[in-house]
Design a protein around this ligand. Structure first.
Ligand SMILES: NC(=O)c1ccc[n+]([C@@H]2O[C@H](COP(=O)([O-])OP(=O)(O)OC[C@H]3O[C@@H](n4cnc5c(N)ncnc54)[C@H](O)[C@@H]3O)[C@@H](O)[C@H]2O)c1
Ligand SMILES: [Zn+2]
Length: 375
């Protein structure tokens, strides 16, 4: 083994789920240690690397070299980049490629990419041969702090996003933070909205730290790795307590009900990236909480100021293109969330770090709030 298994400065976050527990390893330049890690995880196993064409151009050779040096037989499955790849047809292609390459139950699928690859490869792994183990190697900030952790996998359907899928926890997550150096600044900023989310859910100290350290996080300094590790720890703790989202895990949807409505109205296009929609959605969730008399104006201003400082949208007017109508937004919100007798579920806040699940929100209140926000 030429590459050490432990690199200096790496951090480990454990996701505690009894027999489905696993480690998230976080640090710079971990990709070169992928081979030894895989070999240590499962001696003699082969690997199928699923990635998208853009990520392949940057990192596939390095991943393959590392596996080859550790004596791991590896095949590659390259899909087109973009949300459209979370489809039935791409799923079929990935499953067939795994079978054609004789990937067996004892082998491993390696999802090398952003949330699109992680969701697609994770789901293909969940259903091929009734379940193959997957190692997530997230390459976007969003994937490193959110989608690679927690086991949600899936594809989109004509009926909506993420409607076909499975819970399938990875056996390991390897988050090489140096890979983010090639990520487009806009994609990085979008992922940062999910980082802010963790502070706002239940960690006011982390939010305050982000306010002081965002510059270093965006510049790729040591604060970046710390922010990713804290985010993973926050998600791991919530997932460990509520793996299947029957209660507390819903808090991770802070900003997502409003956000999804704007994301869908923009056609899930590059007019509004998922993380940008989450930034806007968080600002709206705090604004709505203020309207309901739950949170002080000063707290709401701190939240919108921080999101705005890093360049995330905080007002509907900042979304490019034709603004959605109020009826369109209300229909999308109704679709997104279970509506029980005209009552909607929202994640609201009593303050920074004090988010809670509110399941009795009157749709008329939401309509009135959004009507004001759209002006
Ligand atoms: N499973 C979950 O819990 C969960 C949580 C949140 C989001 N998601 C899903 O994640 C998806 C969004 O993920 P995303 O934001 O990572 O998008 P993505 O996977 O589409 O990646 C964004 C773009 O960046 C490129 N890219 C990726 N890594 C790169 C790198 N290191 N350098 C240069 N370019 C790189 C990709 O090719 C792509 O074009 C959505 O489909 C969403 O539904 C899932
Ligand atoms: Zn999200």
């Amino acid at each position: 083994m030429t590459v050490p298994l432990h690199t200096p400065g790496e951090m480990i976050v454990r996701v505690d789920l009894a027999e489905r527990s696993y480690d998230i390893v976080i640090g710079r330049d971990l990709l070169s240690s992928l081979g030894p890690r895989v070999a240590a995880l499962r001696a003699g196993a082969a690997a199928a690397i699923v990635t998208d064409a853009t990520v392949a151009g940057h990192y596939l050779a390095a991943a393959e070299d590392s596996l080859a040096q550790a004596g791991v037989r590896a095949v590659r499955v390259v899909v087109p980049p973009g949300e459209a790849t979370k489809s039935w047809s791409a799923l079929e292609r990935v499953c067939d490629a795994l079978l054609a390459a004789n990937i067996e139950r004892r082998d491993l699928v390696i999802a090398l990419g952003g949330g699109v690859v992680g969701d697609l490869a994770g789901f293909a792994a969940a259903i091929t041969r009734r379940g193959l183990d997957v190692v997530q190697v997230p390459t976007t900030l969003l994937a490193q702090v959110d989608s690679s952790v927690g086991g949600k996998t899936g594809i989109n359907s004509a009926f909506g996003k993420n409607l076909v899928g499975a819970f399938h926890q990875p056996v390991a997550v390897v988050a090489d933070t140096a890979l983010l150096d090639t990520l487009a600044p806009r994609e990085f900023r979008a992922g940062y909205a999910e980082v802010v989310k963790y502070g706002l859910i239940n960690d006011a100290g982390f939010f305050a730290w982000l306010e002081s350290n965002a510059g270093d996080i965006f510049a790729g300094g040591p604060a970046r790795d710390h922010a990713i590790a804290v985010s993973c720890r926050a998600k791991a703790a919530i997932v460990a307590r509520d793996e299947r989202e029957t209660g507390e895990r819903q808090l991770l949807n802070l900003g997502h009900t409003f956000g999804h409505a704007f994301e869908a109205a923009a056609g899930f296009s590059d007019r509004l990236l998922h993380g940008e929609a989450v930034g806007l959605g968080i600002a709206l969730a705090f604004g709505f909480s203020q309207r309901l008399g739950l949170v002080a104006a000063a707290e709401v201003e701190r939240v919108t100021a921080h999101l705005g400082t890093v360049g995330l949208p905080v007002r509907p007017s900042e979304v490019r293109g034709r603004p959605p109508s109020i009826d369109e937004l209300m229909a999308l919100i109704g679709q997104d969330k279970k509506v029980k007798r005209g009552k909607l579920t929202f994640i609201l806040a009593r303050g920074i770090g004090k988010s809670f699940v509110a399941s009795d929100i009157d749709a008329n209140e939401v309509r009135a709030f959004l009507t004001e926000s759209l002006d």
